[in-house]
Design a protein around this ligand. Structure first.
Ligand SMILES: Cc1ncc(COP(=O)(O)O)c(C=O)c1O
Length: 338
């Protein structure tokens, strides 16, 4: 309340709630920002130039980037009166695992659509999925668009059965989900206002889009395509503009930067350069990367530094988005340990 000069009382306009406040806390944040001096030296980067933001340590059922997106998606689901989270992904999807965990934390039901046949022996994320206990639809091998359609079909079936499903696309890549990375960008800037570049794995592209919206400039983010979807070059800028608007921030400036050269033959393909990146991070920093996302993102970072596309004194943050359970999937375990 304000008292005016004439003694009358004026109402204080209520502060507008920020869209970034419409979340349910699921992640351990702020996540640590750690230096990587030994890996930086191996890449001949300047002292103090290379850092890692540990979003693998968000804590939800093993951690990873999806915890931040799920904070906003679950708040939206509950606000809409939904009772069942529905999403999908590949057999080793981290998003699927973490969605099942978030549903359990919040007392919601969960149905996941896995674009694969049921494996005879569960390994990696599938072990955790089964432990978390969502309804699993084994949909057989589907491409990206087939997986999106199967999620929608499953939500429609549940709706016809009288449930109130909240359908999330692969990777939780809606503007609402990407708000989680607007918040992460602000958290990072508070930890280190000098950050010049964030390097991130691009699956659905939602994490990249949220970071760009939060940092305000495409030039601050280098995405490394892991082969999930073919339309990242259009999706990331469109989603970045959408999420900036949702967050009440200006339209991001600059040109979107995505490196498409390192996923190998297909999504999840084991490559020699990915194994080199996994070994380098483990040997230099005791940092465990995953074979599908962060290993490929590290390949992109190494290539950009070695080829001079990123100057060796650029203050660079590698965003560790999690994914370690996939290392324990049979295919990857026998590829790492030969
Ligand atoms: C470990 C990990 N890193 C990165 C990503 C990519 O995130 P986004 O889908 O937001 O591009 C994913 C997506 O599933 C992931 O599981």
């Amino acid at each position: 309340m304000l008292t005016e000069a004439n003694g009358s009382v004026a109402a204080v306009p209520a502060a507008m709630p920020s869209p970034l406040d419409r979340r349910i806390a699921l992640a351990h944040t702020p996540t640590p920002l750690e230096p990587m001096p030994r890996l930086g030296a191996r890449l001949r980067m300047a002292e103090g130039a290379l850092w890692v933001k540990r979003d693998d340590a968000t804590g939800l059922a093993g951690g990873g980037n999806k915890a931040r997106k799920l904070e906003y998606l679950c708040a939206d689901a509950i606000a809409q009166g939904c009772d069942t989270l529905v999403t999908g992904g590949g057999r080793q999807s981290n998003h699927v695992r973490m969605t099942a965990a978030a549903a359990n934390r919040l007392g919601l039901a969960c149905t996941i659509v896995v674009s694969s046949d049921k494996p005879s022996v569960p390994t990696g994320n599938v072990v955790l999925d089964e432990l978390l206990g969502p309804d699993i639809v084994w949909a057989g091998r589907l491409d990206y668009y087939g997986a999106e359609a199967a999620i929608e079909e499953t939500a429609a079936r549940l709706r016809a059965e009288g449930r109130r499903p909240y359908a999330m696309p692969v990777g939780g890549a809606t503007g609402t989900g990407a708000l989680g990375y607007v918040r992460a960008a602000q958290e990072l800037q508070a930890q280190d206002p000098e950050v010049e570049l964030v390097v991130v794995a691009d699956g659905s592209g939602g994490t990249h889009a949220g970071l760009v919206a939060g940092l305000g400039d495409h030039g601050h983010v280098l995405g490394v395509d892991v082969g999930t979807r073919p339309d990242l070059d259009e999706q990331v800028p469109a989603k970045a503009a959408e999420v900036a608007k949702l967050a009440g921030l200006p339209d991001p400036v600059g040109a979107c930067a995505i490196d498409h050269d390192h996923f190998g033959a297909d999504y999840g393909a084991p490559t020699d350069e990915c194994l080199e990146a996994l070994r380098l991070a483990a040997e230099c920093e005791g940092l465990i990367l995953d074979p599908v996302y962060t290993g490929k993102a590290m390949v992109g970072l190494i290539a950009a530094v070695r080829e001079g596309r990123v100057a060796r004194d650029t203050r660079t943050v590698f965003l560790h988005t999690g994914g370690m359970p996939a290392l324990f999937a049979a295919t990857y375990a026998s590829w790492v340990v030969r």
